[in-house]
Each structure stands twice: as structure tokens, then as C-alpha cells.
Write a protein that binds this ligand. Structure first.
Ligand SMILES: Cc1ncc(COP(=O)(O)O)c(C=O)c1O
Length: 394
């Protein structure tokens, strides 16, 4: 069978090999004193809180299951608008909010609406692998620019300016980022956007982890900078609804009808039941629960990162959001007699039954040196993971 060159261009998802090996080993070691601990998971270990589950049940029983408007339920767009006002002090009109099947569909729609074949989009290396594939699925080309710890593993205005070429269409950023959990400093983001705007480009920013920000200096939406920014968001992370497939994006007013047309044809709408359920995310008791969970993520970070560093796994930039630690494993790998983050990840799997994510999929600049630990796991599991690491590396 002949497949499209578009499909051939999509790189394999290497970490799935690690994940598969971890699943296999988990079965083998389940009954031992050291069952597998999964620190490779990119989703919250919490599920939707009770009010959200009940709202889904009510919608199901009431038969509120037909298609919705392609832009999403008006009531939900209004609630999201209210969330920006309450949490960030921002006025984001509901008419600019498009409800989607997760951030993934939002990214796909944004790329299809804005990218011509051959356009280049600047992105940081390392970054979330799927984001560059949304660009290539729209026949564009993601140009990864190596970043440093001094830059918080994010792009800078100077770097964007230097890399801008005749085919550059814009930038695709993520703040806080996956895999680093670090955000772009608001002043730098403003300068990046000025560079992009001056060249007639677009700034796309994936703010899926913004709700899980742990530092007020960084926890601000890019939407404060200008109405011409496209911000992608989701119910997956802060709202703990990964499998419900629900997200949204905020787009410039002129882009709404274009995205609406694409969404009508490509998706019809996001899941209706999930949309009804998500209305309950914004009830005071749900927000209180989400805030408790955010504090729990922060407590885990505050325990886990110093512990990693003490064991020779430095985290060069303290994450200000999300639930990841981007650690340099050079020294630790050397101690285990292996080289590079790929082999180090398999060594931890084999010798400590710890599943982590090697840097490989996130870029190519420095990803041989780095691994991603996810702290989306209970404090007890994180403590046990540290004990096993200490036994191996301490
Ligand atoms: C940076 C980033 N963007 C987008 C996504 C996709 O999220 P969603 O579940 O909303 O499609 C993820 C998921 O891990 C992510 O880490």
C-alpha cells in the first residue's frame, strides 16, 4: 500500500518503545517487592471531580447528546471567558473562544487555518513532539531552535529575529513547556511577539499547562499581550479530563469564522457530553478541588526535584509549572556504566523498575543528555522512587 508523503514525514514516537517495555516489565514485576513505578506519564493521576462526573451523568440521562454548534456550547464559552477574568484578570470575550476536541484538535485547526504548504514555524528544542507534527500535517515545516538553560529552554526574541527567514510564518511556543515545565518570562514573550508582529507573522502559544502554574511571576496568559495572539488550552491537565477530549483556543476575532468552517467540516463539534460536564468545572467546589490538587502538584515538585539533584540528576531550570522535571543524566548514566539518556532510561527500567522518558522525541539539540521525570504520581510513589534511585546512585 502506498502512503502519503505527509504521513511518511511524521517521525516515529520513540518513547512509546520505552512505554511498551515498561508495561511489559510491569506485568513481570507486579508481584515482587519492587513493582513498576511510572514516572513517564504525561497526564494527571487525578480524575474529574465529583461535580463534573455528576454533570456528565445528568447530560447522558437527559439525552443532551446531540451535536453542538461547531464553536461549542455558548454556556461553556461564557464560563471559560469567566475563568480568564477570575483567575487572570483578563477580559476574553466568549465570541473569541472555540471549544475543541482537546488542545490537539485546537492545534490542528490553528495550523490548518494559518499555515501554507512550505511555511516554516519556529519552535524551541526541546518541545512537545506532537506540536511539530501538527505543523507538518498542515504541510508546513517546524524549525527547531536549540535553547539553553539560561533561556529557560524557551525561545528568545533575539533568537526568533535571527532565525526569521523568507518562509517563516510564525512561532509555536508552549508555556509552561512539556518537557521542561518552564515558562517564558512575560517580558521576553512580549518581545518575541513584537518581533513576530513586525514581520507579519503569527504567535501561537500552547498554554495547556498554564492552569498548573506554581509561580505568579510566570503564571500569566499570553492573551494579556495582544488580541492577535492564538492561545491553545485544554481541560486535560489542570481540569484533570484527559480522556474526555475537550479543549479550547482563543483566536483573533477575524479568525473565528475560518476556524468555525474548518471545525464544522473536520470535527462537527467536540464531545457534547464532555462539554456539559465541563460546565461544572467552574463551580466553586470544583475550582476549590482543582486548587487543592494544584497545591499537591507543587508539593510533589518541591519534594522531588531537590531529591533528584542530591542524587546527581541536576534540573538546570526549576519548573514553574506543569508536573515535569527535565534532568541532566550525564553523571548518573556514567555511574551506571551507560551513556546517553536513552540507555539511562532503559537501565532505570531494568534495575530499579522506574519508567521515565528519555529526551529523544523532544528534539535533537541536547536531548541525549536529558530525561523527563513526571511527578504526576502520588507522594508515596515519588518517595519510593527516590529510595530506589538512592540505592542505585547514592
Ligand atoms: C504541551 C502539550 N500540548 C498539547 C497536548 C495535548 O493535549 P490534549 O489532551 O488537550 O489534546 C499535550 C499533552 O500531553 C501537551 O503536553
Amino acid at each position: 500500500m502506498k502512503f502519503s508523503s505527509r504521513a511518511e514525514r511524521i517521525e516515529p514516537f520513540y518513547v512509546m518503545e520505552v512505554a511498551k517495555a515498561a508495561q511489559q516489565m510491569a506485568r513481570e514485576v507486579a508481584a515482587t517487592r519492587e513493582p513498576m513505578i511510572f514516572l513517564n506519564i504525561g497526564e494527571p493521576d487525578f480524575t474529574a471531580p465529583p461535580a463534573v462526573q455528576e454533570a456528565a451523568e445528568r447530560a447522558l440521562r437527559a439525552g443532551s447528546t446531540q451535536y453542538t454548534n461547531a464553536l461549542g456550547l455558548d454556556a461553556l464559552r461564557e464560563r471559560i471567558s469567566g475563568w480568564y477574568a477570575e483567575r487572570f484578570g483578563l477580559q476574553v470575550p466568549a465570541r473569541r473562544i472555540v471549544v475543541t476536541a482537546g488542545a490537539s484538535a485546537a492545534l490542528q485547526l490553528a495550523c490548518l487555518a494559518l499555515i501554507e504548504a512550505g511555511d516554516e514555524v519556529l519552535m524551541p528544542d526541546p518541545s512537545y513532539p506532537c506540536n511539530r507534527h501538527f505543523v507538518s500535517a498542515a504541510e508546513g515545516r517546524a524549525v527547531l531552535l536549540p535553547t539553553t538553560a539560561e533561556e529557560r529552554f524557551q525561545l528568545s526574541a533575539a533568537k526568533v529575529e535571527a532565525a526569521w527567514g523568507p518562509k517563516t510564518r510564525g512561532v509555536l511556543l508552549a508555556s509552561p513547556s512539556n518537557p521542561t515545565g518552564t515558562s517564558i518570562a512575560p517580558g521576553e514573550l512580549r518581545r518575541i511577539h513584537e518581533v513576530v508582529r513586525a514581520r507579519g507573522g503569527v504567535t501561537l502559544i500552547d498554554e495547556i499547562y498554564l492552569g498548573l502554574s506554581h509561580d505568579d511571576a510566570f503564571g500569566q496568559s499570553a492573551l494579556a499581550i495582544g488580541e492577535d495572539i492564538v492561545s491553545i488550552n485544554s481541560f486535560s491537565k489542570y481540569f484533570n479530563m484527559t480522556g474526555w477530549r475537550l479543549g479550547w483556543m482563543v483566536v483573533p476575532e477575524a479568525m473565528v469564522p475560518v476556524v468555525e468552517k474548518l471545525a464544522q467540516h473536520l470535527f462537527i463539534c467536540a464531545s457534547t457530553i464532555s462539554q456539559h460536564a465541563a460546565l461544572a468545572c467552574f463551580e466553586p467546589e470544583s475550582i476549590a478541588e482543582y486548587e487543592r490538587r494544584r497545591a499537591e502538584f507543587r508539593a510533589r515538585r518541591d519534594f522531588f526535584i531537590p531529591a533528584l539533584e542530591a542524587l546527581g540528576l541536576p534540573v538546570p531550570v526549576a519548573p514553574d509549572g506543569a508536573f515535569y522535571a527535565w534532568a541532566d543524566c550525564t553523571q548518573a548514566a556514567h555511574k551506571l556504566g551507560v551513556q546517553g539518556s536513552w540507555d539511562f532510561a532503559f537501565e532505570l527500567l531494568r534495575r530499579a523498575h522506574l519508567a521515565i522518558t528519555p529526551g529523544r522525541d523532544f528534539g535533537s539539540a541536547d536531548t541525549q543528555r536529558f530525561v523527563r521525570f513526571s511527578t504526576a504520581n502520588s507522594m508515596a510513589q515519588l518517595q519510593e522512587a527516590v529510595a530506589r534511585l538512592r540505592a542505585l546512585l547514592g
